[in-house]
Ligand binder design. Sequence first.
Ligand SMILES: *Cc1c(COP(=O)(O)O)cnc(C)c1O
Length: 215
Amino acid sequence: MAVNLQKFQELSTLCKSNNATLIAVSKIRSAAEIKVLYDLGQRDFGENYVQELLEKEELLPKDIRWHFIGHLQSNKVKYIAPFVHLIHGVDSAKLLKEINKQGKKLERKISCLLQVHIAQEDTKFGFDADEITAIDKEAYPFVTIKGLMGMASFTEIEKIIMQEFDVLHHTYEQLRKSDEKVDTLSMGMSADYTLALEKGSNMLRIGSILFGARL
Ligand SMILES: *Cc1c(COP(=O)(O)O)cnc(C)c1O
């Protein structure tokens, strides 16, 4: 078990002073590792796989706020809809429609972030920035769009990452102008969270540096 307690304290403090939320990305980590951070006061955890999330949700305390940060298939929405705190990777109208459908069944408004494709790699999912303002929110009364999420290119060239974060931040500000419920910009991972905070992120998704390298 390898939880980096010093890094955790450091990131918690950094997030507090930036009014940002720290999400501990716990994919592939055990329930016991999650519990170590929980006992230190961490409540927001991010998971990428539905089955794994369901297993952990059952084992762990009910006041954990579970963030689904992976690519979500429409046919799996129903499993997480009853309890998920925030779905970060909403990347298609089809998925929005399905989340709305499950929310309606449960009479629960489900909070979501729209994923914006900002990286150069075409393997990453998401809407293009210019598609975001065209999304008809009225069509999804059981979805609350809280903001945007994005991932920068996997590169060490800071200039590229900064440019991509700028695009995301700008798109976020545009969306926020027209919708007071929008207050979340999920941007920044282990390798680029400092740049992300500089560029206006208020939600970091941090895995590897909190837990040590995944084996
Ligand atoms: C795994 C993952 C993270 C965390 O990445 P680290 O580099 O381990 O901090 C953040 N966001 C998403 C979408 C992920 O899949």
